[in-house]
Structure formats: C-alpha cells, structure tokens
Design a protein around this ligand. Structure first.
Ligand code: ZN
Ligand code: ZN
Length: 682
C-alpha cells in the first residue's frame, strides 16, 4: 500500500493542477513528506463541557450548535448520576424533535450518555485506562492512542494490493458491525427499560427520557469514546480504504464513524483554513440529499449548490451566499484538482430513518459560478463530473433494481432464462439471468426451498427439551423459547439478528404463539428478491434486487440432508456434498462489541454439538448453492432450530453481515475450499 501525503504549499499555489479530463489518482499537485506540526486552532480544542445548569435550555442548545464541526471526543466521563439538572434541555425538546434539533444536541449527549450508563445498561462505562483499543495500521506497527482529535493531514491512499484491500474492508466491516450491533442493543435496552417501567430511572433513562436520543447517535458516541472512529489520524482525499463505490448506509452518523463524510449536519466536509497547511480550506466530500431547490443532479453530471445564506430555522435563503467555508473549499479543491467523494441520500422504506445513503464515488469540480437561486438570492453553484472508470453508482443500481422489480424487459431485454427457478416454492421469485454465455446449468436441478432431513434424525425430536412455549400472544422474556436461547431472544423487533450464537431457537409448530411472534424469522423464508446470474469473475452467483440491511435473514441453505453414514456412501460417488461444520464460525463476528465493552464474551449458549451431517446438493438445491466463495464475505451462516429440536441437525440460515446494496453479489465463506465449491461456482 502506498500512502501519499499532500498538503497545499505556497509553491504549488501558482500552478494549480488537475485540468485534464480524466484524473490520475496518483497525481499529486503538492507533495510534502516532512511531518507537519499541527497549527494551533480553536477548532482543535477540547469539546466544550456540558453547559452549566444555570443556563437556559435555549442557551445550552446554542452552545451545542456552536461546537466544533470536526468531532472532538467528549470530555472524560465522570459519572455523576446526581447531576440531573443538566438533562433539562433534553426534556425541553419537543416530543418529536426534528433531526436537526437532535443533531445539535449530539455533542453534548455524547458525554451525557456515558454518565447515564448505569448497572442495567448493556455497555457500562468502563475504566478509561483499561479500554484504549488498538487500531493498528498495517505496516506502521503503531498503536493509535485514545481520543485523537480529527487530523488535518491530507493523504491520498492509492494502489492498494488485494491483501490490503481485504484488510481495510475487514477493518471497516468491524467498525460497522460494532456500530450496528451497539445500536440494536441500545434499542433493545430501551424497550426493556420501558417494559419494566424503568424509562425514567437513572442508569436507564439518565433522569430524562433517553429514548428521545436516537440509538445511532448514542452508538456513535460510545465508539468515539473508545476511539473507534476510523481515519481520524488523517484526512483522506479520494477513495476511502475499505469502502467500495456503491456501499449503502442507513445512518449519517455511520459516515462520520467511518470518516467517509465527517460532518454531522453540513453537506460539505472540508479541512478548514485554520487547519490546512496552506491556510486554505480544502473540500473532501459532499452529501447530495435532494433537499436543495437549486441542485441539479443528472448522476454523472451534478450541479451542487453551496452552503450558507439560509435561515437556520426555515431552511430558506434569506441572504446571498458567500465564497467562504465549504464554498471556498470546493473552489479550492477545483483549483487543486482534488477529487470529491459524493454521497447521495435517497428515500427508502427499508431504512429505519426513511433514508439510505449511497457512496457514489469520486467527482471532480470543473466549474463554479455565482447564480441567482430560485429564492432570488445569490447562490454558489459547482459543476461536478464523475470520474470515469469507477464501479457503478449505488443510486443507479438502486434505481435499476427497482425498475427490474416492475418491468424486467425495460431494463434487460435479453438474458433471462427463467423468471422463477423456484417455480413458486419460494415466497418471492428467484430469477435466472445469463447474458454472458450459453450455460443453463441451474435449470437442470430440482429446486428445493426447504432441506429434507433424514427421518431418523427428526422423528420424535419435536418435543425434546420441553417442547414449544405456551404464549398466547407475543413471546416475551419469560417464555420457554426465550429460556432455550439463554433467556433472551436472538432477534430485534424488526427481525434483525442481534448477535450471532452457536444456535438459535425460533418458536415453531409446537408453540402456541401466533405467526407474528418476533421469534419467528428465518422459518418464514425469502424476504428479498434474489437473482442467480452468470459472470466472468465468479461463474454463477447471486445478487439481490432489494437493499439488504445488515443482520437480516436472506435465505436457507437447502438440499438433501444426509447422516454421517449416508454421506460416506454418497461421497464415494463423487457427488456434491456441503459439510456444515466447514463453514467458519463467522457468526462470532456479528454482535462482537468487544472493542467497546472489554467484558464482552462471545456467546457459547445454546450449545451446538459437533455437526457430522452433510447436505447433498447434487440433485436438488436452492438459490444458496450459487453463492460465491469469499474470504471477505458479506453473508454468514447461523444455525437455527424451529421445526424439530435435534441440535445435531440444525438449519443453515444465511444472514447479511453488512448492508448489501442492490445488484451486489452475495458472498459466503465456505471455509475449506473443497472440490464442490469449484463444482458449484463454475
Ligand atoms: Zn413464547
Ligand atoms: Zn415459542
């Protein structure tokens, strides 16, 4: 990997570069190798302490809004649970505060939440000395210390080898898993506290109503306190290691956590003049949310409106914009040919906040001018062109996938071999598409949506261990099935897996609870539109037309289940056998919050016995058999029981390990690459 440092220097100012049409990512208008001393700047100072109780809520909100744009971690948590008065501004917020109000509160809450984490909280505030995590950059050998301020050092990361790409992808995935799992656990804690009537008790509600602070903000705050925000030691220009064009995010805070876009509210992220070596602001990323009347977005060509000039409350223009701050930064980035990361926010029903953010890749500012906006006031406009040769935009794939669900021929007139290889056996159709060669192989197999277990394995095993539960309505913590899972359910109320376990017991046919019970998830079958397709890289593969949220169920791995004895006979024939014990325990990663909570222990209950069965997929199979192998996968296997209780023969249920955008290939870690992997994927 090469990391090139760059910072505007006075000598380069007279020769702005980057006027060619296709940008060379390795080209650097300015080179500076010696370490820079950080310029003293008020923006680098510590976060203002929570406003004293004497202030009015209004004043406190104002103070919070004036917090530095670059996130500085909260002051050391000094738990003082008696200091209830500082929570007043929270209580003063309207019952349904809008997003802006919440975000303005964010910095203060980052510290307040920590002091409210008492004994029943899922992540107790740990002793600072014991928790400094090690974020080791490859090659550097250095351990990054706790609580770094955001750096002003501009670097461009280029020419990453395959191993480095996997390394950074795993690093990013781990941060995203920590974020998402913390968020899920915090939400569950809130629900528990509420159901127990503890919502207003210190340690749960922190003296106020903690539910009013969104769990994504709290998860990000916890990660900041443990120095888990990525890329804070330098400001990355251009591509972000570990983040692919097309990646999808449900929360803006996640973009901050990863360093993809470091502004909680502002659309333009930039290194401020005070922190830039040249004394000029430099823009690095923008968010296009479609909320501004003067934006003009044609995908590859984008006319972006600068910031400022708007009434902070009404979001209407009331004065002319000025060429300062982010506006000047965009102009300077144009002058230096610095590429801008573009993230687009689009509305989505599948998002908990109604919106999803796609990273659409790098753009170059090619022109800017002062224009008269629709409001009649002056606005700065920036014409930006997408740099060629990048992966397709996430927003474009999203749109294509939505169209495919409505009218396939409008998008792809040829290439379909079947609109549903499951012949109605799955809840949703599974299309077969090949516009690459003449292979029609998947049509030759019987489609088996559910595995067939050997009678000897499941007969008489239904009532083992006390049978199902007697819950007349929705199951809760006391029910028999919760007990089987160690006293807690594996899923949140949206059906997302909270954390991976050796084995998950869902409610089944011997439970009295209704089909709507939240402990029935994977048994319901496909919830996303999948498609088997052919490609040069991976042979047959699977992709989704839907955006799949991390932690959600995708499909089961199906085939004819064989006992160990049977499998030995079949293996001798050279048939395709999948051995469940060879899937690495990737479920361990899903839910691992040990970076934030050092006392976190991986679940070892419910226990899973050694699995000796095999699945024969040589005659009958389902869509899961076409998943490609990857050692940096985006899905994983979770063993589940629901229709029988023989733990030696669990179902192989496949869940998403990260948000999987539409049309991205699904990949799984098959563990030992066996002959059958080759057979299946070719
Ligand atoms: Zn129950
Ligand atoms: Zn049950």
């Amino acid at each position: 990997m090469e990391v090139e440092e760059s910072s505007p220097s006075s000598s380069s100012l007279s020769s702005p570069a980057g006027s060619s049409d296709s940008i060379d990512l390795n080209f650097l208008p300015f080179l500076k190798r010696e370490p820079k001393s950080e310029p003293a700047s008020p923006e680098r100072g510590p976060l203002p302490l929570p406003a004293p109780p004497a202030q009015t809520p209004q004043q406190q909100r104002h103070a919070a809004a004036a917090a530095p744009a670059a996130f500085a971690p909260p002051p050391p948590a000094t738990p003082d649970l008696s200091s209830a008065p500082v929570m007043t501004p929270l209580q003063a917020l309207p019952p349904n505060p809008d997003e802006d109000a919440l975000l303005r509160e964010y910095y203060r809450l980052a510290s307040l939440y920590l002091s409210s984490a008492g004994p029943g909280a899922i992540v107790p505030a740990p002793a600072p000395a014991a928790t400094a995590p090690s974020v080791v950059q490859p090659g550097s050998g250095s351990v990054v210390k706790k609580r770094r301020p955001r750096s002003s050092e501009l670097v461009r990361v280029s020419s990453l080898g395959v191993r480095d790409q996997i390394y950074f992808r795993d690093l990013v995935r781990r941060a995203r898993i920590t974020f998402e799992c913390l968020r899920g656990l915090l939400l569950r804690d809130d629900e528990r506290a509420e159901s127990l009537g503890l919502a207003g008790v210190n340690g749960y509600g922190g003296g106020g109503d903690r539910r009013r602070v969104r769990a994504d903000l709290r998860a990000a705050a916890l990660m900041a306190d443990h120095d888990l925000w990525l890329n804070r030691d330098r400001r990355i220009v251009g591509p972000m290691p570990g983040i692919s064009v097309g990646d999808a995010f449900f929360f803006r805070m996640e973009l901050c956590v990863l360093g993809l876009h470091g502004q909680v509210q502002a659309g333009i992220d930039y290194v401020t003049a005070g922190k830039s070596a040249s004394g000029e602001p430099i823009a690095t990323s923008i968010i296009v949310s479609g909320g501004y009347e003067d934006d003009d977005d044609h995908g590859d060509v984008l006319v972006y409106t600068g910031h400022g000039g708007r009434d902070p409350n009404l979001h209407k223009h009331c004065v002319d914009q000025k060429l300062e701050g982010g506006n000047l930064a965009l102009e300077r980035s144009m002058a230096y040919g610095i590429e801008i990361r573009v993230i687009r926010g689009v509305k989505s029903r599948r998002s908990p906040v109604g919106k999803v953010y796609f990273y659409d890749g790098l753009y170059k500012v090619v022109d800017y001018w002062l224009d008269r906006g629709k409001s009649g006031f002056g606005v700065y406009k920036y014409k930006m062109l997408r740099i060629e040769g990048q992966e397709p935009m996430g927003t474009v794939n999203y749109r294509i996938a939505e169209q495919l669900k409505v009218d396939v021929f409008a998008v792809r007139p040829t290439g379909y071999l079947s609109f549903d290889i499951s012949m109605g056996r799955e809840l949703l159709p599974v299309a077969l598409y090949n516009d690459f060669d003449n292979d029609r192989d998947p049509l030759l197999f019987e489609y088996l949506a559910r595995p067939i277990f050997p009678t000897s394995a499941v007969q008489g095993k239904f009532a083992e261990g006390g049978g199902g539960c007697d819950c007349a309505e929705s199951c809760s913590i006391g029910c028999n099935c919760a007990g089987r899972n160690g006293g807690e359910f594996a899923y949140d109320k949206t059906g997302a897996l909270l954390r991976g376990k050796p084995l998950v017991y869902e409610c089944g046919p011997y439970c009295r609870c209704p089909p709507s019970c939240p402990n029935r998830v994977s048994q319901k079958g496909l919830q996303h539109r999948l498609e088997v397709f052919r490609s040069r890289e991976t042979g047959w593969g699977v992709r989704s037309l839907d955006l799949i949220k991390a932690g959600t169920f995708i499909c089961e791995f199906s085939g004819i289940v064989l006992t160990q004895q049977q499998s030995e006979i079949v293996a001798a024939n050279g048939d395709c056998l999948v051995r469940p014990n060879r899937f690495p325990p990737r479920w361990l990663d899903w839910g691992d919050i040990s970076d934030v909570n050092p006392e976190y222990v991986a679940p070892d209950y419910p226990t899973l016995p050694e699995l000796n069965f095999a699945i024969d997929v040589s005659r009958a199979r389902n869509v899961a058999c076409y998943f490609s192998h990857s050692c940096s996968p985006n899905v994983f296997v979770q063993f589940v029981l629901f229709d029988h209780y023989n733990a030696s023969y669990p179902h192989l249920m496949i869940f998403a390990m990260e948000n999987i955008p539409p049309l991205r290939e699904l990949s799984i870690d098959y563990g030992m690459v066996d002959e059958w992997v080759g057979q299946l994927t070719m």
